[in-house]
Write a protein that binds this ligand. Structure first.
Ligand code: C2O
Ligand code: CU
Ligand code: CU
Length: 499
């Protein structure tokens, strides 16, 4: 057991809060144009490299591995209809600094330790650019990725997706924001420039010397842990930063990029937040909230009106603990305060549009004493033959039957979908009798789940139903739980869009 003892940790609670200013991720700049499939296309080059950055004024520099030398990485700003090519150059060292488990699928002995492949989460991209987990490459190699941006304005994000070490690569820093804009959004004249603030939430733990700490299992011979929960939340890579905002409506674009942590965000003055969009873009109309829940992978587009808070300090809290302080300037005159009442029309999809309904279970499988429990999808592992093969341009209902005690945020690549409903069912009658017995009628999704989504919370004891049109491209993609520890250990499956 001794060998599993955790190292001394950094006393984060000894640090003075709100001494560092929140930083905006730098915006990536195109390096030029290049001809891609016969068309002039803006081209970007983003190194994946090791660098050091300060999480707090009074901490030593922390080693990160990430995109473009910052954590979070360089932010890519894209326009709908204008495709781009990004060269992601793997310039990492050849040894990993976080604990690889060679018993995990894809990370077996003999595989190079350091491997990367980038995925654009929420992007409608051709299969060869989607970052298929097995398409990883090693240091010294680069991959040109074509991203068409053929989709509505939304906050997407790009992150590592390497088979077997995805949780470690993202923990090390391989994540960044990707904004798609379009004319519908422009016409709404939402707060922009200084008044639009990206907020990336990641939780991390630090050793006494200020370095990232990722635990290993306490089980004999174990390394993989079923979930990572960091000691503290970082906002754009800083611990308890402050942000100066005008006494005006501010647009906050929030991403939960944590491996496993769910957030419950509130404002210290009890003020409402107006959510205007989620994973895949704008809502039909704003939704007013006092508390916002965000699962790993989910995004929220918020407007917070600081007009009445001129000259004061308001904190953003997670589970009632402050994680960010807003310092509000003095009142500005002539500021447009109203939030548009109508945003972007969303047609609710109807169950009868679906050509097929797939019942897919989220399961925990047999645990033995020296093997930790493993989560799988529909009883199958990564290497089982592809079983979900929707036809291009057809609509399907997928119902996720959660048989476990955890909430799993389920994400599908390529597509956007709508949440139809959730319905309680008798888990034991399913597990021990193979029968679905409902315990109540279907319940509507939350008001802020009525927009386009790409990640959905599947709560325990419930069947969560989504409806999805498989538009875009035929080919091989994946669907998975966005708790990265689950995803890495078999809670991910290939799926194929067929013609
Ligand atoms: Cu955030 Cu498979 O992705
Ligand atoms: Cu994704
Ligand atoms: Cu999960």
């Amino acid at each position: 057991m001794d060998s599993h003892r955790e190292p001394p940790m950094f006393r984060m609670d000894s640090l003075e809060p709100f001494v560092d200013e929140l930083e905006r991720p730098p915006v990536a700049v195109a390096t030029g144009m290049r001809v891609w499939h016969g068309r002039e296309t803006p081209s970007y080059s983003i190194p994946i490299s090791e660098f050091y950055a300060k999480v707090h004024r009074d901490m030593p520099e922390t080693r990160f591995w990430g995109y473009g030398g910052t954590f979070p990485g360089a932010m890519i700003e894209a326009r709908r209809g204008q495709g781009i090519v990004v060269d992601f150059a793997n310039q990492l060292p050849s040894k990993h600094f976080l604990p690889i488990d060679p018993k995990i699928m894809g990370a077996e002995p003999g595989k190079p330790e350091v491997r990367t492949i980038v995925h654009l989460h929420g992007g409608r991209v051709p299969p060869e650019s989607d970052g298929y987990p097995e398409n990883w490459y090693t240091p010294g190699h680069s991959l040109a990725t074509y991203l068409p941006n053929d989709q509505e304005a939304a906050l997407l994000w790009y992150h590592d997706h390497t088979m077997g070490i995805n949780r470690l690569n993202v923990m090390a820093g391989m994540l960044g924001l990707y904004v798609v804009r379009d004319e519908v959004e422009d016409a709404l004249k939402l707060p922009s420039g200084e008044r639009e603030l990206p907020l990336v939430l990641t939780d991390r733990s630090f050793t006494a010397d200020g370095q990232l700490f990722y635990p290993i299992s306490q089980r004999p011979g174990g390394i993989w842990v079923p979930e990572f929960f960091g000691d503290v939340a970082l906002l754009n890579g800083k611990y308890m930063p402050f942000a100066k905002v005008g006494a005006a409506p501010q647009r906050l674009r929030v991403l939960n990029a944590s491996n496993g942590r769910f957030y419950r965000l509130t404002l210290s003055n009890g003020q409402a937040m107006h959510q205007i969009g989620s994973d895949q873009g704008l809502f039909a109309a704003p939704v007013s909230l006092r508390e916002l829940s965000l699962a790993p992978g989910e995004r929220a587009d918020l407007i917070v009106d600081f007009t009445e808070c001129a000259g004061t300090r308001v904190t953003l809290n997670n589970d009632r603990r402050p994680i960010l302080q807003f310092r509000t300037g003095s009142k500005m005159s002539q500021m447009v305060r109203s939030i548009p009442a109508v945003l972007r029309p969303i047609r609710r999809m109807e169950p009868h549009e679906a050509v097929q309904t797939r019942r897919l279970t989220l399961d925990e499988i047999d645990t033995t004493l020296d093997d930790p429990m493993v989560h799988v999808l529909d009883g199958k592992r990564w290497h089982d033959p592809v079983s979900e093969k929707p036809k291009l341009d057809t609509t399907e209902i997928w119902e996720f039957v959660n048989t476990t005690d955890d909430t799993h945020p389920i994400h599908l690549h390529l597509v956007r979908f709508q949440v139809l409903n959730r319905q309680a069912y008798d888990v034991d009658k399913w597990l021990y009798g193979n029968k679905i017995v409902f315990l109540g009628p279907p319940v509507d999704p939350d008001p802020n789940e009525m927009g386009w989504k790409d990640t959905v919370r599947c709560t325990p004891g419930m069947i969560t139903r989504i409806i999805c049109k498989f538009e875009g491209y035929p080919g091989r993609y994946v669907w998975h739980c966005h708790i990265l520890e689950h995803e890495d250990n078999e809670m991910m499956r290939p799926y194929e869009v067929i013609r």
